[in-house]
Design a protein around this ligand. Sequence first.
Ligand SMILES: Cc1ncc(COP(=O)(O)O)c(C=O)c1O
Length: 377
Amino acid sequence: MSLFDVYPLYDVTPIKAQDVWVYDATPTKYLDLYGGHAVISIGHAHPKYVENLTKQLGDIGFYSNAVKNPLQVALGEKLPLQANCPGYQLFMCSSGAEANENALKMASFVTGRKKVVAFHNSFHGRTSAAVAATDNPKIVAPINAQQEVEFLPLGDLDALAAVLAKGDVCAVIVEFIQGVGGLDISTAEFYEGVDKLCKETGTCLIADEVQAGFGRTGNFFAFQEYNVEPELISMAKGMGNGFPVGGILIHPSIKAEYGMLGTTFGGNHLACTAALTVLEVLEEEDLMAHALRVSDHFKAKTTEIPQIKAVKGRGLMLGIEFDFDTAALRKKLIYDQHIFTGSAKNKNLIRILPPLTVQNEHIDQFFEALKIELNNL
Ligand SMILES: Cc1ncc(COP(=O)(O)O)c(C=O)c1O
């Protein structure tokens, strides 16, 4: 084995994918309720996506950020408008961790401070400051541990007030729906309280929308369920429907300086075309409203299964919780029922993160399969 063996792999080899379906060479057809970890937003191989990216590749795929790129300018105009974040400025990079790394760096530049507050069960990525703000000591190397991060219980406003009162925190970083942790959501009072405390203490609020953003929850961003105004919004996953693209939206009050941020690949022509096409299809196919309708159907179906103890999340960022470890059940769903689902840090939870084009009939197929496999356990 010459690959550095860090991924425990399922024995499935996809060679083709279309909308909510993934195919191997046998050919077996798998229903994708995982979206390659919440990445597939407008569906695998969407015809418009294939056409636009193919054409762009034939024209120009990449040039550096040393020259003008009208596609980046177009995205910088369209994204804040469509996301209802008027005036926010776009900086592009290539992954979720990089987006959070840049957001944390910006918060530190803006405030002149270096301490970060994150929450229990958070996941923000695997790079320097992002992994230090991730509540999983197993993936934090000694070199990352030098970052000053305080983890607080999600929902504990008093604890947050006490920490922020010291005036040395540059950023509070929060997933408004926890992804890898297990789909937990706190209250509106908590999230709006976090925003208020940040504003009172000159601390930047970073909304980590890497997994929840780009329409997955039925809002463009999950924080938009509440009355909050983050200084920084990080994005990736659904933004490119599989093309590696990430970015941050930066509050209009924050002024750019040359050299503050930078990257070679961020915002290249293909990445911009991917993100622009995702925005176009989200709008044309009204996928955010569709996500909410399918989500309602999904939630209604869960009432047919008494073994489900809780349904978590919003829109098409969902979790179903059982009172046992679901690893064996997920394996059976893949190998016997040919359905991909996701796991979480909470072992009793199955994560559902399908392409936003998923239909009620696919959800019905999942619940029929789930009933069969629960009986077989
Ligand atoms: C909320 C959140 N933030 C950041 C990341 C890191 O993104 P990436 O794996 O693209 O670096 C993830 C990945 O799962 C995530 O779910």
